[in-house]
Design a protein around this ligand. Structure first.
Ligand SMILES: [Zn+2]
Length: 69
């Protein structure tokens, strides 16, 4: 598994050898103890949002909408 070096956004300390894929991007700073999540390494799930079109005019646009959770 790949490990990452990540700078703590709270105190600026670089935390080395983090297994961010295992923790879904979460890390606990070794210096200040703050727990933060790296958006870069978060497993983002895209779920299509299906809308029933109110009219035929917006039907095509509604099909292209998607929600991020
Ligand atoms: Zn810190």
């Amino acid at each position: 598994m790949k490990s990452y070096d990540l700078r703590c956004p709270a105190c600026g300390t670089v935390n080395r050898g983090l297994y961010l894929e295992e923790t879904d991007g979460w890390m606990e700073c070794e210096k200040c103890g703050n727990v933060t999540q790296s958006m870069e390494h978060r497993q983002t799930v895209l779920i299509p949002l299906l809308l029933r079109a109110q009219s035929r005019n917006d039907h095509k646009q509604a099909d292209r909408l998607a929600a991020v959770i």
